[in-house]
Design a protein around this ligand. Structure first.
Ligand code: ADP
Ligand code: MG
Length: 291
């Protein structure tokens, strides 16, 4: 590869807000077979809003206060939405805060254990989910919402449902990738039905939902070894760092965490998904010039 063409390519890409860390990356990007994406903050805006608040033997404002008090310790988009929902309420002090990756939050308030997260979080803490709560959970899940359960000690006290809008150019990005013969995947910790409806809305080929962050890495590895495919992975969160590192090309959304940005070979500023397409096109152009 002529160093000049690569340097020019890297420089041109930077003008479009695409930071390419080294020339090899640019050369690889044009040979991608599969583009895999995280959902929240990558395909979707990552700014969910709380829709429904359902309580069990507790006031609505108390439920929101407890949820926001534990979530104020987290940077997750879900946490930020819950804290926004509590605007005007006095939040409580928490101790023993624990971020359970891919599941939710655990913390103590006034000697009580508060859990806020998904079914898996409740299961791993041996919290029983009553039948009526499960029914409500399934009903909301079928509306493609992200559902957060809140438990106080061993009692299930409420459900918060959230929804997140798809980014305006996600669909176009997926279409462009398909035109280049690239297969698309979505890898997400969110529930299956929410994941499926987002994938359908943007035309993504394959979905892996309800997965833990380390599984994102395994799935990327699996795609790579199955037919020796080259995989580009795009993500924005701390969770995504292992998959970003494992992928042949890791593309970090510039609105994400510092860890994601450090792990990516390519950083797309302002989270513009269409720049993923631009990076692949730049690469193809540079490679043509080299050949
Ligand atoms: P994604 O792959 O969509 O970015 P994450 O792995 O970050 O998802 O989160 C997966 C799931 O874990 C969320 O859908 C949610 O159910 C739960 N979760 C993660 N962080 C939190 C949090 N701060 N509060 C409550 N639930 C959370
Ligand atoms: Mg994410």
């Amino acid at each position: 590869a002529t160093p000049t063409a690569v340097t020019v390519g890297v420089g041109r890409a930077a003008e479009f807000g695409i930071l390419i860390k080294n020339g090899d990356t640019l050369e690889n990007a044009g040979q991608i077979d599969v583009a895999a994406f995280d959902k929240t903050g990558t395909i979707t805006e990552g700014k969910p809003e709380v829709d429904d608040v359902i309580t069990y033997g507790i006031d609505e404002s108390e439920l929101i206060t407890l949820a926001a008090s534990v979530e104020q310790n987290s940077n997750h988009p879900i946490a930020k939405a819950i804290v926004r929902k509590a605007e005007g309420l006095d939040l409580l002090n928490t101790t023993d805060f624990e971020n359970v990756t891919g599941k939710g939050i655990k913390a103590e308030i006034d000697g009580k254990t508060i859990l806020a997260g998904n079914k898996a979080l409740m299961e791993s803490n041996s919290i029983e989910i009553p039948q009526n709560v499960l029914e409500k959970y399934d009903e909301l899940e079928s509306q493609s919402k992200t559902i957060i359960l809140l438990a106080v000690d061993v009692d299930m006290r409420g459900i918060l449902s959230l929804s997140d809008k798809v980014k305006p150019n996600s669909k176009r990005t997926i279409e462009e990738l398909h035109k280049m013969g690239i297969e698309t995947y979505m890898l997400t910790g969110d529930n299956e039905s929410t994941a499926m409806s987002v994938a359908e809305a943007v035309g993504i080929d394959k979905v892996e939902a309800g997965i833990l962050p380390e599984n994102k890495l395994d799935i990327v590895k699996g795609i790579q070894s199955n037919g020796s495919k080259k995989v580009l992975f795009t993500g924005d969160g701390i969770n995504d760092a292992p998959a970003l590192t494992q992928a042949d090309i890791g593309v970090a959304m510039g609105n994400g965490t510092d860890i994601a940005m450090e792990s990516g070979d390519v950083v797309v500023m302002e989270g513009d998904l269409e720049n993923v397409v631009a990076a692949v096109q730049f690469s193809k152009k540079v490679m043509r010039r080299i050949k």
